[in-house]
Design a binder for this molecule. Sequence first.
Ligand SMILES: [Zn+2]
Length: 307
Amino acid sequence: MRPLALTRPGVDRAAHHRLDEAWLAAAWSHPSTRVLVVSGGQVLVEDTADGRTELVLVPSFDAPVSENHRYFLGTDEKGTHYFALQKDTLPGRMDDAARPAGLREVGGLLSERDAGLMVHAVALENWQRMHRFCSRCGERTVIAAAGHVRRCPACGAEHYPRTDPAVIMLVTDDQDRCLLGHQLHWPQGRFSTLAGFVEPGEPIEQAVVREVAEETGVTVGEVSYVASQPWPFPSSLMLGFMARATSSEITVDGEEIHEARWFSRDDLRQGIESGEILPPSGISIAARLIELWFGEPLPTGGAQRNA
Ligand SMILES: [Zn+2]
C-alpha cells in the first residue's frame, strides 16, 4: 500500500510538557520556535520553486500572542518547538507567494512533518471551536494543557479532545469483485467504499458488519483491519478494513447509499478510463483500500475531478 496521506508521523508531540507553564513560555519565546496560524480549518501554504508545497511557519515573535488560542504541537529531532495559533482570520501577507489551504487540498502534498503538524492543529481547532461550554454544567470552559484540555471553572470538569471512530471498508466476494456504493449527493458516477460511524458500546468489527448490511443488504463474514487515517472534518478517525462478503444480493437503503454495484478489476478499469466511474479522491483511505484490492494505483480517468 502506498503511504497514506495524513497518517505519517510528524514531530514528537512531547505531551509531558503540556502542563508545564514555565517550560511552555520558554519554548514559545525561543528564537528557533515556529508557529502555524490556523483559522477555520485553513492554514497558509506556499509552493516552492522546486515544486513542493510547504506550510508557512513563522517565528513566534512575528505571531501575535494570545495564550488562550495557543496550542503546543511538539518538538522535532533538531529541538525546534512547534505551536499552532488559532485566529479568527488568517494573517495577510505582503507577498503573493502564500495562499490559504485546507487539509483536503494539501494534506497529500505536504511533507510528513508538515502534514502531521497541520492535521494536529486543525483537529484541535475544530474541537476547541465546538466545545466552549461545559457539557456537565453549561458554564463557559477555559483552555488548558497547551490546547489539549478544556477545564470548567464552575464544576471542575476536564474535557478532552473528542475523536469519533468511523469504519470504512472494502467488501469483496468469492469472485474477487469489490462492492462500491454511490451516495445521492455525490457527483454522478462517483463510487467509493462503504463507511459509517461506530455506535456506543459497539466493537469496530461489528460496526463493519452492521454498516454493510444496513447500506447494501450484503452480509459479511471475515473482517480484517488494514490501517487508520485521521479525518478531522470535524473529528473522525477512519478505521480501514477489508471485509469478505457471504452473500451477493444488493438491496440499498436508498438513504445513505443510493446505488451499489459489484465491480471486477476490468469493470473498474474500464469505468474509470471511460470517465463513467469517478474513484474517490487520492488523499482518502478509501482510494488506498481500493488500490490494495486492485493491485496497483487506480488508472486516471477520462473525466477525473477532485471532490
Ligand atoms: Zn462545568
